[in-house]
Design a binder for this molecule. Structure first.
Ligand code: TNX
Length: 444
């Protein structure tokens, strides 16, 4: 008998016995001794039992038992499961094209089925500013009008944000808001030209280039602006982190970048929140302890002058940890293959389901092992994505692959084998919920 069960993520420990599986009413028992978010399923007795650590574990255990029952597994099962990494995330870019609240709710529905627990919202970029900031209203009355190609305007009100946060929290998901600074800020500069180094009004940006915009780091009003934004953001945010971007500020000198970093890191600390940022912020030696760097370069760090691996390790040296989003396997805005009708390929080519499923977090950056890794996060930038349908088919089924890398141990993944045949239960759930997914070749 093949020892495995069709579950994604692959479970940590599994014992199968001959004989009849339990059936009928499930007995739920809280067991505070289990690891956070963990659960056990026991179908060897007369009645199925789920033991769970906390509310998340109870949800995950119920989903797993339902998938086992639907798959018609013969015999009894004893299954222990708990996550490898505490941070299992997805980033959605609302800035290049707005993603509306009902779609974000559907994304959250898909995430809970994959045991993902952080939704990172990329709320601002050159093409649009997508969160209402009451003290700087033109950010959304002016800065939210368009997106890439001039389409996809819109923004979240603070009320929308709070409602979405509550919807996510009820599904064990924490929101991580990102305001990208000091680059990726053209939309803010269109709204408030006095924040730009040249101080002159410019037109909205509808292209897809990166790296050209920046705040005036020598003007005090810039810090008043950032302080106001971070204050309102911290006030809205229940989770511990504010993500402040820090990436691809290519037109700024090192000296100016470090000056800005020092000031803004102090402003985040003053809100009582912790810092999350893209790994380039590791250029700074002023990171507060507990800061989280998000690594977005490739599974083999490039030697391109930015010093990706070194920037990432700088977070560890300063008492922080890393979330890994390698561009060639965790960027779900990439094409599946050369024929996909949308998506990017900047990381060196398309990203198939198999590629998304078969990388090992501890094998990426020399010097970055298990303890240094807080978690794994998929990203979905939206330069080429304009509709709910396109967003869902870029995410699914690949998001299941990222979720498994984040949750399952290497031994469990090895034992379970290929991901695609184990997606049966999730595919049925996606179909029942009307969440379209890409029919990639691996699905058969
Ligand atoms: C890289 S990830 C970016 C984004 C783009 C994305 C497209 C990162 C720090 N920057 O600005 O939207 O690639 O895949």
């Amino acid at each position: 008998m093949h020892d495995d069960v069709p579950l994604v993520p692959a479970p940590r420990h599994l014992v199968r016995t001959i004989g009849r599986a339990a059936s009928g009413q499930v007995r739920l028992e809280r067991d505070p001794g289990l690891p956070a978010e963990g659960f056990e399923i026991d179908t060897r007795g007369a009645q199925p039992v789920i033991r769970y650590a906390d509310a998340a574990g109870a949800t995950y255990g119920r989903d797993a038992l339902r998938h086992l029952e639907d798959a018609g597994i013969a015999g009894g099962i004893l299954l222990h499961d708990s996550p490898r990494f505490p941070h299992r995330g997805l980033m959605i870019d609302l800035a290049r094209h707005m993603v509306e609240v009902p779609t974000l709710r559907e994304v959250i529905d898909a995430m809970v089925g994959l045991r993902l627990n952080h939704l990172h919202l990329h709320l601002t970029d050159d093409q649009g500013w997508r969160l209402e900031i009451r003290s700087w209203p033109r950010l959304t009355t002016v800065g939210a009008a368009g997106g890439v190609g001039g389409t996809g305007g819109g923004f979240l009100t603070q009320r929308d944000y709070r409602d979405l946060q509550a919807y996510a929290a009820a599904r064990h998901i924490t929101l991580v808001p990102e305001i990208d600074l000091p680059g990726h800020t053209h939309a803010a500069l269109v709204a408030y030209p006095e924040l730009a180094p040249a101080g002159v009004a410019t037109q909205p940006y509808e292209g897809m280039e990166v790296g050209f915009s920046q705040l005036d780091v020598h003007a005090e009003r810039t810090y008043a602006f950032v302080a106001d934004v971070l204050h309102e953001l911290a006030d809205l945010t229940e989770g511990p982190y504010l993500h402040i971007g820090g990436d691809e500020c290519l037109a700024m000198s090192q000296e100016d970048y470090l000056l800005f970093a020092r000031r803004v890191l102090g402003l985040v600390t003053a809100t009582g929140k912790r810092v999350m940022a893209w790994h380039e912020l590791g250029r700074s030696s002023d990171l507060p302890p507990g800061s989280v760097g998000q690594y977005w370069d490739l599974t083999t760090p490039r030697q391109d002058g930015i010093g990706h691996a070194e920037r990432a390790r700088s977070f560890l040296a300063q008492g922080g940890r890393l979330v890994l989003s390698p561009g060639d396997v965790a960027y779900l805005d990439h094409k599946y293959d050369a024929d996909t009708d949308l998506g990017l390929t900047w990381s060196g080519g398309p990203t198939s389901l198999t590629q998304a499923a078969t990388w090992e977090p501890t094998a990426l950056i020399p010097g970055v092992g298990e303890e240094a890794i807080l978690g794994v996060e998929a990203t979905c930038f939206t330069e080429t994505i304009t509709t709910r349908e396109d967003l869902l088919r870029m995410l699914l089924p690949r998001l299941a692959a990222t979720a498994e890398v984040a949750w399952s141990t290497p031994a469990a993944r090895e034992r379970a084998g290929d991901l695609a045949p184990r997606l049966v239960g999730l595919r049925a759930d996606w179909e029942a919920a009307g969440l379209g997914y890409e029919r990639v070749p691996e699905l058969g």
